[in-house]
Design a protein around this ligand. Structure first.
Ligand code: HEC
Length: 103
């Protein structure tokens, strides 16, 4: 009994600490960055205009985890350039959260 209560408190504390370090992604901010950096190939409404670029309006590639997409955007993938040095991880995560809202 007592041990269970103690463990719950520990879990709550761990969650609180996590909330302090992990910032929630901001799709509004991400939308602005998307227009600036990504729309030229992926299209202003997610309907891609560049050959081979996934169409986010059709949900192409968006079912992969954040970590996978973050990695592709940071370091590039085939014809897509990497954005390391141009965008911070948090900004890329904002964009990814925006991409997930496109329909
Ligand atoms: C020069 C055109 C171009 C620009 C600019 C561009 N992309 Fe791409 N993007 C591509 C192409 C082409 C692919 C397909 C790569 C492949 O899988 O061969 C791609 C793939 C992706 C994928 C899927 C990656 C995966 O692992 O499947 C994501 C997510 C993505 N782009 C996001 C972005 C974001 C976010 C930006 C802006 C910061 C951006 N792209 C800018 C051309 C572009």
């Amino acid at each position: 009994m007592k041990l269970h209560a103690w463990r719950r408190q520990l879990l709550a504390l761990a969650l609180l600490m996590g909330a302090g370090t992990v910032q929630a992604a901001d799709p509004v901010q991400g939308g602005q960055l998307y227009t600036q950096h990504c729309a030229v190939c992926h299209g202003p409404n997610g309907i891609s205009v560049f050959p081979g670029a996934p169409n986010f309006a059709r949900k192409e590639r968006v079912f992969q985890p954040d970590a996978v997409l973050l990695n592709s955007v940071k370091y590039g993938k085939n014809a897509m350039p990497g954005f390391t040095g141009l965008l911070r991880d948090q900004q890329i995560l904002d964009i990814i959260s925006y991409i997930r809202t496109i329909r």
